[in-house]
Design a protein around this ligand. Structure first.
Ligand code: CA
Ligand code: CA
Length: 442
């Protein structure tokens, strides 16, 4: 939609330029439009908007046009305007010098009148064009500001319409925990980021090939994990340690005695009524055990990132929009932490039922990739891994001290929700926001 509006704009601009301005204006205008597009695609949408506004002013010679209108008004009584000959005659009779399009005509009444009428008609049609283009551009800029879209013509709706409703062949169901599985076809995708907000460990941005895989549509829920525990008698690391980690509102991480997947806020708390919420206080060891139980494994870091952002390097599961409202559960105005973002209330101060934010659907139809709970990946973490990682099916370094976590949580500010952002904690550690999903062949 935005791209087509942009092209439409360009045509109208040409229409106006063709009989109005000089070569330099066309060259300047085009250069700015190209710069605008480049910024739009690779850098910041805000910069693009600023450049676009400058382009509007330069291309349409807004200042020049206003000046002309003003001069017309002061020299030729335009209150009488219109093309009413008698009023023009009257006007001309009152002025010895008439300024039309920057040219001064001696007041040879009859001759000037004809020229004036001719020129007024032309100015009027130019004005109409300029108003039309300005209106189009205004719409363009407003839509840009409201939706913050920089997908080069790929709106949220268009992104989703390719996948919703999903084809039956793109879905399957795991028969052990009944989780819905989403298919991610083999092929290349853009991994990592070199954007202005990218951290060092996300660099370099590179093209990675992955074999196809099936991934859970949402994180594993309390209900599912309970079935696993009932079936296997599994005891999680936090239960073994008798504690797990939570964040205090001032951002400090601290141990909470008795906290575990079934007592998320300490021994007095329960998960009763929270069946479809993501299970938390899960260590990498616990998550791996669960995925093994369902016949699968944790996703690799590369698989997780591809499932989250799609093949084209989008910043977030839903595209590049920085407007989070209703697309993810993050640290919003209902969140009690210092870094809460108070411009939106997503309705959940802590975790939310999995799949709540359907408009946060990813390219491949995966949910909850941004926010809600951090998700374990199978890889060990290495800050410099991308500098030597294989270009096909990377599986992480041979060993390390930390395992990768992805996607941010209900505790994260929006900056932590980017799909290429990497985090890591020790494999035996668990927190109030550590959850997971599996990769399983159906
Ligand atoms: Ca929230
Ligand atoms: Ca998540």
């Amino acid at each position: 939609m935005f791209f087509s509006l942009f092209v439409a704009n360009l045509f109208v601009v040409f229409g106006v330029l063709a009989h109005r301005f000089k070569k330099w204006a066309i060259i300047t205008g085009l250069t700015i439009y190209i710069l605008d597009t480049v910024l739009w695609v690779i850098l910041s949408q805000w910069l693009a908007v600023v450049v676009h506004v400058i382009a509007i002013i330069v291309i349409f010679g807004a200042i020049k046009t206003l000046k002309q209108i003003f001069l017309h008004r002061s020299n030729v009584d335009l209150i009488a305007t219109s093309f009413d000959e008698s009023s023009l005659k009257h006007t001309i009779a009152k002025h010895d010098r008439i300024l039309v399009k920057d040219k001064t005509f001696e007041a040879d009444r009859k001759q000037s009148m004809n020229k004036l009428i001719e020129s007024r008609l032309k100015t009027n049609s130019n004005l109409k064009n300029i108003l039309l283009v300005s209106a189009l551009n205004l719409v363009y800029v407003i839509v840009f500001f409201v939706f913050g879209v920089s997908n080069l013509g790929e709106s949220q709706q268009e992104l989703q319409s390719r996948f919703v409703p999903l084809n039956a062949s793109d879905y399957s169901v795991n028969q052990i925990d009944l989780m819905r599985l989403v298919f991610v076809p083999e092929g290349e995708f853009i991994m990592g980021s070199e954007g202005l907000d990218a951290l060092d460990d996300e660099k370099p941005e590179q093209t990675i090939f992955l074999d196809s895989f099936w991934i859970y549509q949402t994180p594993v829920t309390n209900e599912m994990f309970e079935k696993f525990v009932d079936a296997t008698g599994y005891i999680t690391t936090s239960e073994t340690f008798g504690e797990s980690f939570i964040y205090s509102p001032d951002g400090k991480i601290e141990s909470l005695e008795g906290a575990s997947w079934k007592n998320p806020e300490g021994l007095q708390s329960t998960i009763l009524g929270y069946d479809d919420y993501p299970v938390v206080h899960i260590s990498w060891i616990d998550a791996s055990a669960y995925c093994e139980w369902v016949g699968g494994r944790l996703p690799t870091e590369a698989e997780w990132e591809k499932a989250a952002r799609g093949p084209y390097g989008h910043k977030f599961p839903w595209g590049d929009m920085e407007n989070f409202g209703g697309k993810a559960n993050y640290c919003d105005s209902s969140c009690e932490f210092e870094w809460a973002e108070n411009n939106f209330n997503d309705g959940f101060p802590k975790t939310s039922p999995v799949g709540t934010y359907t408009s946060g659907l990813s390219y491949y139809g995966v949910l909850d990739m941004a926010g809600n709970v951090w998700e374990w990946c199978s890889d060990w973490y290495d800050h410099e891994y991308y500098q030597y990682s294989p270009k096909e099916n990377p599986k992480g370094p041979e060993d390390g001290d930390y395992k990768v976590m992805r996607g941010g949580s209900y505790l994260s500010g929006s900056a932590f929700l980017r799909s290429s952002l990497r985090d890591a904690i020790p494999p035996y550690a668990s927190t109030a926001s550590s959850g997971f999903r599996c990769v399983v062949n159906p």
